[in-house]
Design a protein around this ligand. Structure first.
Ligand code: BMA
Length: 369
Protein backbone atom coordinates (compact mmCIF):
# COMPACT_ATOMS: atom_id res chain seq x y z
CA UNK A 1 0.00 0.00 0.00
CA UNK A 2 1.20 3.52 -0.80
CA UNK A 3 1.62 6.05 2.03
CA UNK A 4 -1.57 7.91 1.06
CA UNK A 5 -3.57 4.65 0.94
CA UNK A 6 -2.24 3.65 4.36
CA UNK A 7 -3.29 7.02 5.78
CA UNK A 8 -6.75 6.60 4.25
CA UNK A 9 -6.95 3.05 5.57
CA UNK A 10 -6.00 4.14 9.11
CA UNK A 11 -8.50 7.03 8.96
CA UNK A 12 -11.24 4.59 7.95
CA UNK A 13 -10.41 2.29 10.89
CA UNK A 14 -10.46 5.31 13.23
CA UNK A 15 -13.88 6.30 11.93
CA UNK A 16 -15.27 2.80 12.45
CA UNK A 17 -13.95 2.75 16.04
CA UNK A 18 -15.38 6.22 16.72
CA UNK A 19 -18.80 5.27 15.36
CA UNK A 20 -18.71 2.07 17.36
CA UNK A 21 -18.11 4.06 20.54
CA UNK A 22 -20.78 6.66 19.96
CA UNK A 23 -23.31 4.07 18.89
CA UNK A 24 -22.93 2.41 22.30
CA UNK A 25 -22.63 -1.26 23.15
CA UNK A 26 -24.52 -3.99 21.38
CA UNK A 27 -27.56 -5.16 23.33
CA UNK A 28 -26.87 -8.33 25.30
CA UNK A 29 -29.27 -10.03 27.69
CA UNK A 30 -28.09 -10.06 31.31
CA UNK A 31 -28.72 -13.78 31.86
CA UNK A 32 -26.70 -16.00 29.52
CA UNK A 33 -29.10 -18.85 30.37
CA UNK A 34 -32.30 -16.88 29.73
CA UNK A 35 -35.15 -18.86 28.16
CA UNK A 36 -36.03 -18.32 24.53
CA UNK A 37 -39.21 -16.40 25.47
CA UNK A 38 -37.20 -14.10 27.75
CA UNK A 39 -34.76 -13.34 24.95
CA UNK A 40 -37.73 -12.68 22.68
CA UNK A 41 -39.28 -10.35 25.25
CA UNK A 42 -36.10 -8.30 25.40
CA UNK A 43 -35.97 -8.14 21.61
CA UNK A 44 -39.62 -7.12 21.54
CA UNK A 45 -38.89 -4.30 24.00
CA UNK A 46 -35.94 -3.06 21.94
CA UNK A 47 -38.05 -3.16 18.79
CA UNK A 48 -41.20 -1.63 20.20
CA UNK A 49 -39.22 1.22 21.79
CA UNK A 50 -38.73 2.52 18.23
CA UNK A 51 -42.45 2.27 17.45
CA UNK A 52 -43.87 3.73 20.62
CA UNK A 53 -44.03 3.48 24.36
CA UNK A 54 -45.84 0.64 26.13
CA UNK A 55 -48.36 2.01 28.62
CA UNK A 56 -48.79 0.11 31.88
CA UNK A 57 -50.34 0.29 35.31
CA UNK A 58 -49.83 -1.40 38.66
CA UNK A 59 -52.37 -3.90 40.04
CA UNK A 60 -55.12 -3.14 37.50
CA UNK A 61 -56.70 -6.59 37.47
CA UNK A 62 -56.69 -6.98 41.25
CA UNK A 63 -58.78 -3.98 42.29
CA UNK A 64 -59.75 -0.44 41.36
CA UNK A 65 -61.83 2.45 42.53
CA UNK A 66 -64.85 0.98 44.32
CA UNK A 67 -64.18 -2.71 43.52
CA UNK A 68 -62.00 -5.55 44.72
CA UNK A 69 -61.12 -8.73 42.85
CA UNK A 70 -64.05 -8.85 40.46
CA UNK A 71 -63.71 -11.06 37.41
CA UNK A 72 -63.01 -9.12 34.22
CA UNK A 73 -62.94 -5.72 35.88
CA UNK A 74 -60.10 -3.31 35.16
CA UNK A 75 -60.37 0.50 35.53
CA UNK A 76 -57.89 1.02 32.70
CA UNK A 77 -59.89 -1.19 30.30
CA UNK A 78 -63.18 0.42 31.28
CA UNK A 79 -61.74 3.86 30.50
CA UNK A 80 -59.56 3.03 27.47
CA UNK A 81 -61.39 0.13 25.83
CA UNK A 82 -58.26 -2.02 25.97
CA UNK A 83 -55.96 -3.50 28.59
CA UNK A 84 -52.59 -1.91 29.35
CA UNK A 85 -49.54 -3.23 27.52
CA UNK A 86 -47.73 -3.75 30.82
CA UNK A 87 -49.06 -4.98 34.15
CA UNK A 88 -47.22 -4.35 37.42
CA UNK A 89 -47.52 -6.63 40.48
CA UNK A 90 -46.16 -6.40 43.99
CA UNK A 91 -44.70 -9.23 46.07
CA UNK A 92 -44.01 -7.47 49.40
CA UNK A 93 -44.99 -9.95 52.15
CA UNK A 94 -44.14 -13.04 50.08
CA UNK A 95 -40.78 -13.25 51.86
CA UNK A 96 -42.63 -13.76 55.17
CA UNK A 97 -44.66 -16.66 53.85
CA UNK A 98 -47.87 -14.62 53.87
CA UNK A 99 -50.80 -15.55 51.66
CA UNK A 100 -51.46 -11.89 50.76
CA UNK A 101 -49.11 -9.07 49.78
CA UNK A 102 -48.82 -5.82 51.73
CA UNK A 103 -51.79 -4.41 49.81
CA UNK A 104 -53.89 -7.51 50.65
CA UNK A 105 -53.78 -9.12 47.19
CA UNK A 106 -53.59 -12.92 47.35
CA UNK A 107 -50.40 -14.31 45.83
CA UNK A 108 -52.42 -17.07 44.19
CA UNK A 109 -54.42 -14.33 42.46
CA UNK A 110 -51.25 -12.59 41.29
CA UNK A 111 -50.23 -15.80 39.53
CA UNK A 112 -53.63 -15.86 37.84
CA UNK A 113 -53.26 -12.21 36.78
CA UNK A 114 -49.75 -12.80 35.43
CA UNK A 115 -51.09 -15.61 33.25
CA UNK A 116 -54.00 -13.51 32.06
CA UNK A 117 -51.75 -10.56 31.18
CA UNK A 118 -49.40 -12.85 29.25
CA UNK A 119 -52.31 -14.42 27.37
CA UNK A 120 -53.37 -10.89 26.40
CA UNK A 121 -49.95 -10.35 24.82
CA UNK A 122 -48.93 -7.91 27.56
CA UNK A 123 -45.83 -7.79 29.77
CA UNK A 124 -45.61 -8.37 33.53
CA UNK A 125 -43.31 -6.50 35.89
CA UNK A 126 -42.75 -7.28 39.57
CA UNK A 127 -41.77 -4.93 42.40
CA UNK A 128 -40.80 -6.01 45.92
CA UNK A 129 -41.44 -3.87 49.01
CA UNK A 130 -39.76 -6.36 51.31
CA UNK A 131 -39.71 -6.02 55.07
CA UNK A 132 -36.80 -4.74 57.12
CA UNK A 133 -35.22 -7.98 58.37
CA UNK A 134 -33.44 -6.24 61.26
CA UNK A 135 -36.37 -4.40 62.82
CA UNK A 136 -39.17 -6.59 61.38
CA UNK A 137 -40.74 -3.33 60.23
CA UNK A 138 -41.77 -2.64 56.64
CA UNK A 139 -39.73 -1.31 53.68
CA UNK A 140 -40.18 2.24 54.90
CA UNK A 141 -38.65 1.43 58.29
CA UNK A 142 -35.18 2.85 57.77
CA UNK A 143 -33.94 2.16 61.29
CA UNK A 144 -31.57 -0.69 62.09
CA UNK A 145 -28.34 0.71 60.62
CA UNK A 146 -26.87 -0.83 57.49
CA UNK A 147 -29.56 -3.49 57.01
CA UNK A 148 -28.25 -4.39 53.55
CA UNK A 149 -24.94 -5.57 55.01
CA UNK A 150 -26.70 -8.03 57.31
CA UNK A 151 -28.15 -9.82 54.27
CA UNK A 152 -24.83 -10.45 52.54
CA UNK A 153 -22.87 -13.69 52.98
CA UNK A 154 -21.41 -13.57 56.54
CA UNK A 155 -24.16 -11.13 57.57
CA UNK A 156 -26.35 -11.91 60.57
CA UNK A 157 -29.51 -12.17 58.45
CA UNK A 158 -27.99 -14.01 55.52
CA UNK A 159 -29.67 -17.37 56.23
CA UNK A 160 -33.02 -15.65 56.72
CA UNK A 161 -32.56 -13.74 53.45
CA UNK A 162 -31.79 -16.98 51.57
CA UNK A 163 -35.09 -18.34 52.89
CA UNK A 164 -36.83 -15.20 51.59
CA UNK A 165 -35.23 -15.67 48.18
CA UNK A 166 -36.29 -19.35 48.16
CA UNK A 167 -39.88 -18.16 48.49
CA UNK A 168 -39.42 -15.63 45.71
CA UNK A 169 -37.86 -18.24 43.40
CA UNK A 170 -40.68 -20.71 44.11
CA UNK A 171 -43.24 -18.00 43.37
CA UNK A 172 -41.60 -16.98 40.08
CA UNK A 173 -41.51 -20.69 39.22
CA UNK A 174 -45.31 -20.62 39.11
CA UNK A 175 -45.35 -18.16 36.21
CA UNK A 176 -46.06 -20.75 33.52
CA UNK A 177 -48.30 -20.65 30.47
CA UNK A 178 -50.84 -23.26 29.34
CA UNK A 179 -48.07 -25.27 27.68
CA UNK A 180 -46.01 -25.35 30.85
CA UNK A 181 -43.46 -22.86 29.49
CA UNK A 182 -42.12 -20.20 31.89
CA UNK A 183 -43.75 -16.79 31.36
CA UNK A 184 -41.02 -14.17 30.99
CA UNK A 185 -41.31 -11.11 33.22
CA UNK A 186 -39.41 -8.06 34.45
CA UNK A 187 -38.18 -7.98 38.06
CA UNK A 188 -37.44 -4.55 39.54
CA UNK A 189 -35.93 -5.14 42.98
CA UNK A 190 -34.52 -2.57 45.42
CA UNK A 191 -36.10 0.30 43.50
CA UNK A 192 -35.87 4.05 44.21
CA UNK A 193 -32.43 3.35 45.65
CA UNK A 194 -31.37 7.00 45.58
CA UNK A 195 -34.25 8.02 47.85
CA UNK A 196 -34.12 8.01 51.64
CA UNK A 197 -37.47 6.27 52.33
CA UNK A 198 -36.52 2.58 51.93
CA UNK A 199 -33.97 0.77 54.10
CA UNK A 200 -31.92 -0.05 50.98
CA UNK A 201 -31.69 3.66 50.07
CA UNK A 202 -28.26 5.18 49.48
CA UNK A 203 -28.41 7.02 52.81
CA UNK A 204 -28.30 3.71 54.69
CA UNK A 205 -25.78 1.57 52.80
CA UNK A 206 -22.68 2.08 50.66
CA UNK A 207 -22.76 1.46 46.93
CA UNK A 208 -20.55 -1.64 47.30
CA UNK A 209 -23.02 -3.27 49.69
CA UNK A 210 -26.00 -2.32 47.51
CA UNK A 211 -24.40 -3.79 44.38
CA UNK A 212 -23.34 -6.90 46.30
CA UNK A 213 -26.89 -7.42 47.55
CA UNK A 214 -28.32 -7.03 44.05
CA UNK A 215 -25.78 -9.39 42.49
CA UNK A 216 -26.09 -11.96 45.25
CA UNK A 217 -29.92 -11.95 45.00
CA UNK A 218 -29.93 -12.39 41.24
CA UNK A 219 -27.23 -15.08 41.25
CA UNK A 220 -29.21 -16.90 43.93
CA UNK A 221 -32.49 -16.75 41.99
CA UNK A 222 -30.75 -17.90 38.81
CA UNK A 223 -29.12 -20.78 40.69
CA UNK A 224 -32.65 -21.77 41.74
CA UNK A 225 -33.61 -22.00 38.07
CA UNK A 226 -35.10 -18.55 37.49
CA UNK A 227 -34.13 -17.88 33.88
CA UNK A 228 -37.35 -16.23 32.69
CA UNK A 229 -36.53 -12.86 34.24
CA UNK A 230 -35.37 -9.54 32.84
CA UNK A 231 -34.06 -7.04 35.38
CA UNK A 232 -34.92 -3.36 35.77
CA UNK A 233 -32.73 -0.91 37.68
CA UNK A 234 -34.82 2.10 38.68
CA UNK A 235 -33.61 5.07 40.69
CA UNK A 236 -35.52 7.84 42.42
CA UNK A 237 -34.45 11.48 42.01
CA UNK A 238 -30.72 11.95 41.23
CA UNK A 239 -28.68 15.15 41.26
CA UNK A 240 -26.61 14.09 38.25
CA UNK A 241 -25.56 11.22 36.00
CA UNK A 242 -22.85 10.04 38.40
CA UNK A 243 -25.43 9.62 41.14
CA UNK A 244 -27.78 7.89 38.71
CA UNK A 245 -25.15 5.26 37.88
CA UNK A 246 -23.30 5.03 41.21
CA UNK A 247 -25.13 1.83 42.21
CA UNK A 248 -25.57 0.29 38.79
CA UNK A 249 -25.20 -3.46 39.43
CA UNK A 250 -23.53 -4.25 36.08
CA UNK A 251 -24.54 -5.48 32.67
CA UNK A 252 -24.90 -9.12 33.72
CA UNK A 253 -27.52 -7.99 36.24
CA UNK A 254 -29.60 -5.39 34.41
CA UNK A 255 -31.62 -5.28 31.17
CA UNK A 256 -33.67 -2.12 31.62
CA UNK A 257 -32.48 1.17 33.06
CA UNK A 258 -35.00 3.64 34.38
CA UNK A 259 -36.35 5.78 37.16
CA UNK A 260 -39.45 6.42 39.28
CA UNK A 261 -40.60 10.04 39.44
CA UNK A 262 -43.97 11.54 40.37
CA UNK A 263 -45.61 14.91 40.03
CA UNK A 264 -46.53 16.51 43.36
CA UNK A 265 -49.00 19.32 43.90
CA UNK A 266 -46.54 21.22 46.06
CA UNK A 267 -43.67 21.18 43.55
CA UNK A 268 -45.79 21.80 40.47
CA UNK A 269 -45.69 20.74 36.86
CA UNK A 270 -42.52 22.61 35.81
CA UNK A 271 -40.54 20.80 38.48
CA UNK A 272 -41.86 17.42 37.35
CA UNK A 273 -41.19 18.10 33.68
CA UNK A 274 -37.64 19.28 34.37
CA UNK A 275 -36.97 16.27 36.59
CA UNK A 276 -38.28 13.78 34.03
CA UNK A 277 -36.30 15.45 31.23
CA UNK A 278 -33.06 15.24 33.20
CA UNK A 279 -33.62 11.63 34.21
CA UNK A 280 -34.56 10.72 30.65
CA UNK A 281 -31.16 12.05 29.57
CA UNK A 282 -29.43 9.95 32.25
CA UNK A 283 -31.41 6.80 31.40
CA UNK A 284 -30.99 7.19 27.64
CA UNK A 285 -27.26 7.80 27.99
CA UNK A 286 -26.84 4.82 30.33
CA UNK A 287 -28.93 2.58 28.09
CA UNK A 288 -26.86 3.54 25.06
CA UNK A 289 -23.53 3.11 26.82
CA UNK A 290 -24.45 -0.20 28.44
CA UNK A 291 -26.36 -1.72 25.51
CA UNK A 292 -29.69 -1.66 27.41
CA UNK A 293 -33.13 -0.12 26.96
CA UNK A 294 -34.66 2.53 29.15
CA UNK A 295 -38.07 2.81 30.79
CA UNK A 296 -40.05 5.19 32.97
CA UNK A 297 -40.68 2.54 35.62
CA UNK A 298 -43.19 4.38 37.85
CA UNK A 299 -45.01 7.65 37.58
CA UNK A 300 -48.25 9.52 38.09
CA UNK A 301 -49.91 12.48 39.72
CA UNK A 302 -51.85 11.28 42.76
CA UNK A 303 -55.62 11.58 42.26
CA UNK A 304 -54.92 13.24 38.87
CA UNK A 305 -56.02 16.77 39.80
CA UNK A 306 -55.20 18.00 36.29
CA UNK A 307 -57.75 16.53 33.88
CA UNK A 308 -55.43 16.86 30.86
CA UNK A 309 -52.38 15.51 32.70
CA UNK A 310 -52.05 12.34 30.62
CA UNK A 311 -51.91 13.98 27.19
CA UNK A 312 -50.52 17.40 28.03
CA UNK A 313 -47.92 16.64 30.70
CA UNK A 314 -47.03 12.94 30.44
CA UNK A 315 -47.32 12.33 26.70
CA UNK A 316 -44.74 14.90 25.51
CA UNK A 317 -42.29 13.43 28.01
CA UNK A 318 -42.55 9.87 26.71
CA UNK A 319 -43.30 10.30 23.03
CA UNK A 320 -40.45 9.91 20.58
CA UNK A 321 -37.81 9.18 23.22
CA UNK A 322 -37.24 5.43 22.57
CA UNK A 323 -38.76 4.77 25.96
CA UNK A 324 -39.68 1.07 26.25
CA UNK A 325 -42.51 1.56 28.71
CA UNK A 326 -44.11 3.88 31.23
CA UNK A 327 -45.99 2.56 34.23
CA UNK A 328 -48.67 4.43 36.15
CA UNK A 329 -48.95 3.50 39.80
CA UNK A 330 -52.00 1.83 41.31
CA UNK A 331 -55.64 2.84 41.76
CA UNK A 332 -55.78 1.88 45.44
CA UNK A 333 -58.94 0.27 46.72
CA UNK A 334 -58.79 1.32 50.35
CA UNK A 335 -56.70 4.51 50.33
CA UNK A 336 -58.97 7.36 49.20
CA UNK A 337 -57.33 9.60 46.59
CA UNK A 338 -54.38 7.22 46.18
CA UNK A 339 -54.88 6.59 42.48
CA UNK A 340 -52.70 7.35 39.46
CA UNK A 341 -54.66 6.05 36.50
CA UNK A 342 -58.22 7.07 35.89
CA UNK A 343 -61.61 5.40 36.26
CA UNK A 344 -65.07 5.78 34.75
CA UNK A 345 -66.61 8.95 36.13
CA UNK A 346 -63.35 10.74 36.95
CA UNK A 347 -62.66 14.06 35.21
CA UNK A 348 -59.41 12.70 33.68
CA UNK A 349 -61.02 9.59 32.11
CA UNK A 350 -61.40 10.91 28.55
CA UNK A 351 -57.82 12.18 28.64
CA UNK A 352 -56.39 8.78 29.62
CA UNK A 353 -58.51 7.21 26.86
CA UNK A 354 -57.08 9.77 24.42
CA UNK A 355 -53.51 8.94 25.50
CA UNK A 356 -54.15 5.22 25.05
CA UNK A 357 -55.57 5.86 21.57
CA UNK A 358 -52.37 7.46 20.20
CA UNK A 359 -50.56 5.28 17.65
CA UNK A 360 -47.28 5.49 19.54
CA UNK A 361 -48.80 4.57 22.91
CA UNK A 362 -48.94 0.79 23.02
CA UNK A 363 -51.72 -1.02 24.85
CA UNK A 364 -52.23 -4.81 24.87
CA UNK A 365 -54.10 -5.05 21.54
CA UNK A 366 -51.46 -2.93 19.77
CA UNK A 367 -48.71 -5.20 21.13
CA UNK A 368 -50.45 -8.24 19.63
CA UNK A 369 -50.46 -6.74 16.12
C1 BMA B 1 -46.66 2.46 47.50
C2 BMA B 1 -48.05 2.82 47.96
C3 BMA B 1 -48.40 1.89 49.10
C4 BMA B 1 -48.23 0.42 48.66
C5 BMA B 1 -46.88 0.18 48.02
C6 BMA B 1 -46.74 -1.20 47.43
O1 BMA B 1 -46.17 3.34 46.59
O2 BMA B 1 -48.98 2.67 46.91
O3 BMA B 1 -49.71 2.12 49.51
O4 BMA B 1 -48.38 -0.43 49.77
O5 BMA B 1 -46.66 1.13 47.01
O6 BMA B 1 -47.71 -1.45 46.47
Amino acid sequence: MKGSSITLFLMAIGLVIMLGCTAGRAAVISDSKATLETKQLLKQLHKSAHKGVILGQQDVLAYGIGWWNQPDRCDFKEVCGDYPGLFGWEIGGLELGHARNLDSVLFTDIIRYVKKAYALGAINTISWHLNNPVTKGDSWDTSGGNVVKTLLPDGTNHALYCQWLDRVAAFFGQFVDDHGRPIPFIFRPFHELTGDWFWWGSKYCGSTDYVKLWQFSIDYLRAKGVHHMLLAYSTAYCNDYEMFMARYPGNRYVDIIGFDLYQFKTAGVADYVRGVEHHTEYARRAAKEQGKIWAFCETGYESVPDEKWFTETLYPLISDKNCAYVQLWRNAYNRPNHFYGSYVGHSSASDLAKLASFDDVLTAAKLRR
